[in-house]
Design a protein around this ligand. Structure first.
Ligand code: HEC
Ligand code: HEC
Ligand code: HEC
Ligand code: HEC
Ligand code: HEC
Ligand code: HEC
Ligand code: HEC
Ligand code: HEC
Length: 428
């Protein structure tokens, strides 16, 4: 048995040696590599350090072989996820089912996207820098190319950055940082300064025994290496069916009107609800929500008692309910100003009602004409409500209070004050 094993390993070893030798020779003769060695040595070096260079996944496997000289670089293809999927079927299929695959669609589903500078969308900075996630259709790629932009065709390289395409890099929480940070989703800041993150950094520095528990993003959101990401609440923090609690239900209806998915006059669903549904932005049934929540409880319960975990996540839900109370109050005040003609309906708005998904804009070229009180309302929703509940899920005391809840209280105070002034000056 042991001899058999040894024989097997030495055969396997010689195969590996031969493959490595062949690919080393191959790499030297490869015209792509030899020309690019002088031209873009950084790229070639990263590729050489990658697993791919050892298994003959050469430049032309991903970029095709139509570009051959220094005159025809535009003929090099930019590989999308399907190219990776040819060899990494499992990760591709999981990714295709997950939320990241909706990044580009969700971004484009918002009305505001169409009035922002192209550099911030198809160009791949701003919204487009983080939302370059998801397998694009040929039509979407064409739209991008027609606007003069050639890159951002691949999502896999958002975590396994090119051309090292490393598994270890993607398993590092810093792989998520560039996108999951900042104004409306500061998961990086909340995690890195909470107990889970602090312990992770302490362990990295050798100040906790190796193997000491310290969950990072991937442990909770990509358990067992699954490439399907989805959480119970998600970003917008709303779901169907509406809650049983009558006050919360009423507040939710108000919020859904301000998100433009319910008609503020009739309460009927609008076309935007379909767009939101098609990008999987809200869980549409109690069961869909519960499935994700239970998965998470299972993760927490590998370290904490299940009871403890449930109590913690339930608090996130009840804080969301309290945050909704403040937000609905604020929406009602601003909506009252529209109703009484004190704020005029911006041309591109569907209704004379606040529209949170135009962000700080009117939706037209007249960028600065949105009333300031609308902008405060947008901030209350996008920045402070997000922080209030996300901080409970990411166990961060300061974000929950000072950057979240307390700022919502301040926004509401400001909105009341502004509305009173606007009414008084309007009367004059
Ligand atoms: C004789 C030199 C030469 C050879 C051989 C060559 N390239 Fe290039 N390649 C270039 C030059 C020059 C550019 C343009 C660089 C720039 O814009 O700075 C380029 C650009 C590229 C780009 C980027 C295109 C873009 O739009 O940004 C890719 C990808 C690429 N090459 C891949 C390959 C592959 C794959 C092969 C082999 C099939 C190959 N190259 C062979 C010289 C070469
Ligand atoms: C496993 C697939 C893969 C292999 C192998 C590969 N690339 Fe790339 N390369 C990519 C992806 C993905 C992009 C980004 C595409 C996008 O943004 O649309 C890219 C982009 C590029 C670019 C343009 C972007 C930039 O940063 O300049 C160059 C140049 C390039 N590759 C050169 C090479 C060279 C040279 C080799 C071989 C040494 C190589 N690539 C091998 C996947 C690959
Ligand atoms: C022609 C097949 C092929 C293509 C195309 C390909 N890969 Fe790979 N990839 C491999 C093989 C083979 C390995 C090595 C597997 C091993 O050693 O376990 C690998 C390894 C990897 C790894 C693991 C690296 C590590 O550190 O362990 C990642 C991540 C990866 N590829 C991502 C990608 C991405 C992203 C793309 C597309 C841009 C891509 N691959 C395209 C065949 C391919
Ligand atoms: C710094 C990176 C970044 C920028 C810039 C950015 N987003 Fe996002 N966006 C994200 C992340 C990360 C999420 C998921 C956050 C979460 O679930 O908490 C997200 C979520 C969303 C969602 C909700 C998706 C869903 O299914 O729930 C929409 C819609 C959206 N963004 C649109 C935009 C638009 C439009 C812009 C520009 C005006 C923009 N984003 C700018 C990173 C970014
Ligand atoms: C959100 C970040 C993220 C994206 C996007 C992503 N990956 Fe990964 N990938 C990871 C993480 C994290 C791991 C390590 C999982 C683990 O520890 O088992 C991984 C592991 C892998 C591995 C190695 C699997 C193994 O067990 O050796 C491959 C291959 C891979 N990914 C391919 C892909 C492909 C193909 C895509 C695009 C369809 C992709 N990944 C997109 C985060 C990502
Ligand atoms: C200890 C587990 C854990 C860790 C570590 C963790 N999260 Fe989360 N995350 C959660 C929970 C719990 C939720 C809420 C799930 C729900 O809706 O029931 C959540 C929600 C999210 C959401 C959806 C919006 C929101 O914030 O509620 C995103 C996006 C997210 N996490 C990203 C990250 C990123 C990025 C990291 C690392 C910087 C991270 N998470 C670290 C547990 C974790
Ligand atoms: C290139 C930017 C980018 C990177 C890197 C990135 N994400 Fe995301 N992530 C997004 C965007 C954009 C969304 C929202 C997509 C949507 O729902 O339409 C998102 C959504 C999510 C969600 C789903 C939230 C929900 O609505 O349920 C989770 C969980 C998540 N990301 C975790 C991670 C983790 C963990 C990492 C690192 C391993 C990571 N992401 C890396 C951009 C990124
Ligand atoms: C890999 C193990 C691990 C996982 C998974 C994990 N935690 Fe923790 N958690 C810890 C450790 C270790 C601490 C610090 C010691 C302690 O307080 O128990 C901690 C601390 C906490 C604290 C106390 C923070 C403080 O300020 O005292 C809360 C609350 C918490 N975790 C909630 C959760 C929730 C909710 C989940 C699931 C979404 C989760 N944890 C998942 C290991 C884990």
């Amino acid at each position: 048995m042991r001899n058999g094993m040894r024989r097997f390993s030495s055969v396997a070893l010689s195969v590996v040696v031969v493959v490595v030798m062949v690919s080393a020779v191959y790499a030297q003769d490869d015209p792509c590599v030899s020309c690019h060695q002088g031209l873009t040595p950084g790229k070639v070096n990263d590729w050489k350090l990658s697993k791919h260079s050892g298994v003959n996944v050469t430049c032309s496997v991903c970029h095709g072989d139509k570009h051959k000289t220094d005159k025809d670089a535009a003929r090099a293809e930019m590989p999308d996820e399907r190219v990776c999927g040819n060899c990494h079927r499992k990760q591709f299929n999981e990714f295709a089912k997950g939320k990241h695959n909706f990044g580009w669609i969700a971004m484009n589903a918002l009305p505001v996207t169409h009035v922002e500078p192209d550099e911030l969308i198809e160009g791949g900075r701003g919204c487009g820098g983080c939302h370059s996630m998801g397998i694009k259709t040929e039509a979407q790629k064409k739209e991008q190319r027609d606007k003069g932009y050639r890159y951002q065709m691949n999502s896999c390289d958002e975590c396994h950055t090119r051309h090292t395409f490393s598994k270890k890099e993607a398993a590092d929480p810093r792989a998520c940082q560039q996108c999951h940070m900042g104004y409306d989703h500061p998961q990086w800041e909340m995690w890195s300064s909470n107990k889970h993150g602090s312990r992770w950094f302490a362990r990295q520095a050798g100040n906790l025994p190796e193997g000491a528990s310290a969950p990072k993003c991937q442990d909770c959101h990509m358990p067992d290496g699954s490439h399907e990401n989805r959480t119970a609440w998600g970003f917008l923090g709303v779901r169907l069916p509406l809650p049983d609690d009558p006050q919360w239900k009423a507040d939710r209806v108000t919020i859904l009107k301000a998100l433009g998915v319910l008609n503020p006059e009739t309460g009927e669903p609008t076309a935007r609800l379909e767009a939101v549904k098609s990008a999987d932005m809200v869980r549409l049934t109690e069961e869909a929500w519960r499935t994700e929540r239970e998965k998470m409880i299972k993760v927490c319960s590998t370290c904490h008692s299940e009871r403890y975990a449930r109590e913690q996540l339930n608090m996130g839900d009840t804080m969301m309910m309290k945050a909704d109370r403040l937000l609905a109050d604020a929406i009602d005040i601003v909506a009252g100003l529209y109703k009484d003609g004190i704020i005029k309906k911006p041309e591109h708005y569907a209704f004379a009602y606040p529209d949170l998904l135009y962000f700080m804009h009117t939706g037209g070229g007249d960028i600065n004409k949105l009333s300031y009180i609308d902008q405060v309302l947008c901030q209350m929703y996008m920045k402070h409500r997000m922080r209030t509940y996300q901080a409970f899920f990411h166990v961060n005391p300061d974000y929950a209070y000072w950057y979240g809840w307390e700022m919502m209280v301040k926004d509401l105070g400001e909105i009341k004050e502004l509305a009173a002034t606007m009414r008084a000056t309007h009367q004059k």
